[in-house]
Design a protein. Structure first.
Lengths: 148, 164
């Protein structure tokens, strides 16, 4: 169990850190608790990484949405550029913090995890079209912010 | 480009592991010693464990491979015939010891020049959730004993550290 924690922590720490930002450690703690509590129920041990990723994404989104300053309504998916911290424009964290949690989540899954649009849609239980539109908007904003 | 990442500190690691083991308890305590002094003493397992744990008369390290150790702990005279072997993961600020049925965890972090310490002990059983559900009442009852024992360990640590 301790070995599993040590093996998964760096991997899941990137997902939780990139999506939940300042609440990443809480998200990671809850993720690891859920994993270790239910690992005995996993029917296919080989699938542990994908299963753990799903839990990490769920917990990271939940913790990120706990921050009321975040935009949490996908219908109101507008980027608050004014709220971005332009003084740290080379900081990925600062760029991510300017994105709504839905955009961060899609960016992490598509670019950090390398998932396809279909895989991302399945993991987040949303339509592929929604993944496409969120990815497109998140990418263009991220690119503009990154190169500004 | 580096994506932001987080990790659990040693106390969080101990608490996460303990939360998944219903037969364990965790107590947090604060010590006056700084982290380096405290951890240098506690991580000397052959010396520190018999000094603070009244159920351990001696502890011997059998092998060391990086951060992984194998140890053998002997109980008081009336249990000396049944030493217990533990697999140990020993890192800076973190120690996790597992035998077939028993687990001991220790985590320490700095807190303004003092040390916050988490100590976990109890029984563990890996397996399907139905078995853990069946044994949950037994584990739950055993926690009373573990609470007493961990409190005794923490008091033993304070005494041993005070005596140098």
């Amino acid at each position: 169990m301790e070995r599993l924690l040590g093996e998964l922590m760096p991997y899941l720490g990137r997902i939780c850190g990139a999506i939940a930002l300042d609440r990443g450690d809480d998200a990671l703690q809850d993720t690891m608790m859920a994993i270790l509590t239910h690992i005995g129920d996993l029917r296919e041990p080989a699938a542990v990484r994908g299963w753990a990723r799903r839990i990490a994404v769920r917990e990271a989104v939940r913790h990120a949405k706990g921050d009321r300053s975040e935009a949490t309504d996908p219908a109101a998916f507008e980027l608050d550029v004014a709220a971005m911290d332009f003084a740290t424009d080379t900081d990925v964290r600062a760029v991510l913090a300017g994105l709504p949690v839905e955009a961060r989540t899609v960016l992490v899954l598509r670019h950090l995890e390398g998932l396809t649009e279909v895989e991302t849609a399945a993991l987040l239980s949303i339509k592929v079209g929604t993944v496409k539109s969120r990815t497109s908007r998140a990418r263009s904003t991220f690119r503009a912010r990154w190169t500004s | 480009m580096t994506w932001p990442a987080v990790e659990l500190d040693p106390i969080q690691r101990v608490e996460v592991l303990a939360a998944a083991l219903p037969g364990t308890v965790v107590h947090r305590s604060e010590f006056d010693q700084d982290l380096a002094t405290f951890w240098s003493w506690i991580s000397d397992l052959e010396r520190s464990v018999p000094a603070f744990d009244s159920d351990v008369s001696s502890l011997q390290i059998l092998s060391i491979e990086g951060a992984n150790l194998r140890i053998r702990a002997r109980g008081p005279w009336w249990m000396a015939f049944a030493p217990i072997r533990f697999d140990v993961r020993l890192e800076e600020g973190f120690c996790w010891m597992t035998s077939r049925l028993y687990v001991v965890g220790m985590g320490a972090v700095d807190h303004d020049g003092r040390t916050i310490f988490a100590h976990c002990e109890g029984v563990h059983l890996a397996g399907p959730s139905w078995l853990r559900r069946v044994l949950r009442p037994v584990f739950w009852l055993s926690r009373f004993r573990h609470h007493r024992h961990v409190r005794s360990d923490l008091a033993g640590m304070r005494r041993a550290l005070a005596n140098g």
